[in-house]
Design a protein around this ligand. Sequence first.
Ligand SMILES: [Zn+2]
Length: 422
Amino acid sequence: MFLIYVNDLVDDLISLPYLFADDTSLFKVIDPLDSDTTFNQLNRDLSVLSEWALQWRVTFNASKTVYMIISNKTAVPEYPDLYLDGTKLDKVTSHKHLGVTLTHNMKWGVHIDAAISKANKRLNGIRRIRFLITREARILLYKALVLPVLEYGNILYDNCALYLKQRLESVQRQAAIVCTCAFRTAGYAKLLSELGWSSLEDRRKYFRLTTMYKMVNNNVPEYLCNLAPTRVGARVNYNLRNGANLSLVKTNHVKTYNSFVPKTIRDWNNLGPIRNSLSTEGFKTRYKREHFGKPNPLFNFDHKGGNVHHTRLRLGLSHLQEHLYTHNLIDNPVCRNCNLENESITHYLLRCPLYATERAIYLAGLLNVVDANYLAELNDNDMVNIFLFGDPEFPWESNMLLFKMAQTFIVDSKRFADRPYH
Ligand SMILES: [Zn+2]
């Protein structure tokens, strides 16, 4: 309804109006040599808005109307005031527009700080109930409640400062720890690979390139398509090897260089044949297949609560003496049960005399899944790998059996029973 109202609003304005739902913005570039004219025109447009509002019996709330001067300069000159309905408007240094907080110096700290704080609150909610729900449910909650908060507007703020990017990744790292119930010191790369997740940085690149695909193929509104530059080949009349590349945008400021259009054009030109995908869905599927890891649903499998410790063993950071020693958490890696050698996974699974009964059951079970000849070929390392990861060559059902047996061994050995979750 409101859109029908405001359609004729834009006709009489000198500044560029942006309308979205009941949110109206005016945008004007300040002429450095004649800023008075710029501000006179803005004041004139503001009174056009007032008159229009009067005519159509709607009100623009002057007390809620603000303005912001966007500039890279540290010292911004004094400019004339702006008025709506006789009320002097407040000048602000940041403003939330369609959920993205824009600031006067085009920095992203305010937006990202707010996103991180909201994401952390939600993540804490998941953390509190993490042992009451399955790993699959924890991942689902992260993807539904936390990740969208972290990623809202992410193709815009991708040129933010490095420390902000690192702070975003560290929220995802905490989320990965919550989802897997790993130790707090577990490494980010291992966690990502365990979950089949990509870094937020890589995901931003994927979102940027998907948007560029839509721009190049006219799948987004015109004002966005117009931002995509012409193809290199379109400007010259002979065949170029890089004819499908987009022309680079010349920039002289690092902020612009790393902003959406110039940065994404550089990435686009390095993309290869995937650019010629026939549909957006096709592009997305191919991009994900070529660049993203895949979650292994097997890793969500839980038998008798063995998932957490099975996961920790896979991440190489469990309560085994050798793991704690490698991470500088204790000063002696030797097995405290038998004192024969370091307590590695191999020792725990294949050699420690304390678990002889559980091991016999595990190995007997293994013979039900794989044949004896295959088993005889395996060395200790292969055995550990099957114990931790299953075998991608096996059918799903066999891997489920392997995981069930592995977790039965873990639970029945009671090796981690004294400190289940710390
Ligand atoms: Zn031992």
